[in-house]
Design a protein around this ligand. Structure first.
Ligand code: AMP
Length: 171
């Protein structure tokens, strides 16, 4: 795992002062790194009958799409408001200041389909919690949530009590 960690670039003060941004583009461009993280995210669920991987905009699309293919599952995007072309359902969540929202197509998930939610980073957990709520509203079963990076100090897992959560790299 230290080899994977070494491929992630840390960018201080992006996108605003005080934030240490975990830039995974340096990992994604590395063929062994990319293959390794997709395996680490997919392998725990390989025999679980996952129907759909739900990926969160935007780095969750890259990882989630590859994980879906590795698992033989379909892929569904979760997007920022106004981006999806067809009828969508929306869920809002709290930010440090104000709120934000996420959307999914209302017909994106079949009743009872087993869903794996994938994103690059879990920080405060608000994004992941809102995504799990959307999946359930659409009739899906949240099988688990998988993250490449977990920022443990921000305690995002506390937003996801009762869920199965895995993270590949912990900071
Ligand atoms: P949160 O809702 O606080 O758990 O934030 C998770 C979302 O914000 C994910 O989609 C991440 O891509 C992004 N994110 C939050 N903090 C960071 C960070 N330090 N570096 C990179 N991405 C981050």
């Amino acid at each position: 795992m230290d080899t994977l960690k070494a491929k992630i670039r840390h960018v201080p003060d992006f996108p605003k002062p005080g934030i240490l941004f975990y830039d995974i583009t340096t990992l994604l461009r590395d063929r062994d790194g990319f293959h390794g993280v997709v395996g680490a995210l997919a392998t725990p669920f390989k025999d679980d009958g996952i129907d759909l991987v739900v990926g969160i905009e935007s780095r969750g699309f890259i990882l989630g799409g590859a994980v879906a293919d590795r698992l033989g599952a379909g892929f569904v995007p979760v997007r920022k408001p106004g981006k999806l072309p067809s009828k969508a359902v929306q869920e809002s969540y709290a930010l440090e200041y104000g709120t934000d929202s996420l959307e999914m197509h209302e017909d994106a998930i079949g009743n009872g389909q087993a869903v794996l939610i994938v994103d690059d980073v879990i920080a405060t957990g608000g994004t992941a919690k809102a995504t799990a709520a959307l999946v359930r509203r659409l009739g899906g079963t949240v099988h688990a949530l998988a993250f490449l990076i977990e920022l443990e100090a921000l305690k995002g897992r506390n937003q996801l009590t009762g869920e199965r959560v895995i993270s590949v790299l912990k900071y």
